[in-house]
Design a protein around this ligand. Structure first.
Ligand SMILES: [Zn+2]
Length: 160
């Protein structure tokens, strides 16, 4: 068999495999690492912003990305579970957001801040000590407000 025949034979095989593997699924065949519900608190939004959420759903649908949706208790839920098509959900484990970087966490220590844009953000740490140190930095250097976590230090941030 010539080298050319060999090449076309392996190309045929690749085409056949690609068709078999990818044709039935628009996001390709991959195994999810978990499922999730994205909860959007519509009660805190203006009417215009709520409309943007629905518009985002419509735009994703037009792009071939669909999932179950639901509404209740003021939330708009995006069910990123078995109903998700056209995209893939990757669940990642928690890592310490303090000085330990890539260290995975067995018991989470949370801190919730109000950042400089006024948004509430959640940070997770590997220990109380790690949290305390980072809380200090966030309050002193970033002027964020502490809403939850490291209560023993400063419960409500500076000036409260
Ligand atoms: Zn840490």
């Amino acid at each position: 068999m010539s080298e050319k025949d060999n090449l076309s034979e392996s190309q045929d095989m690749i085409e056949e495999m690609a068709e078999g593997l990818y044709a039935p699924c628009d996001s390709g065949i991959r195994f999810p690492t978990g499922w999730a519900t994205l909860q959007i608190d519509m009660a805190l939004m203006s009417k215009e912003d709520r409309e943007k959420v629905y518009q985002a759903e419509r735009l994703l649908q037009e792009a071939g990305i669909t999932f179950d949706t639901g509404s209740g208790s003021g939330y708009r839920d995006w069910e990123l579970d078995w109903s998700l098509t056209g995209a893939f959900l990757k669940i990642r484990p928690f890592y310490c957001m303090g000085c330990h970087g890539a260290q995975s966490i067995s018991r989470p220590y949370w801190a919730i801040y109000r950042n400089s844009e006024g948004h509430c953000v959640s940070y997770v740490y590997c220990s109380q000590k790690c949290r305390q140190k980072d809380v200090q930095t966030k309050l002193d250097e970033y002027s964020w407000q502490l809403i939850f976590g490291a209560r023993e230090m400063r419960a409500w941030g500076a000036g409260q």
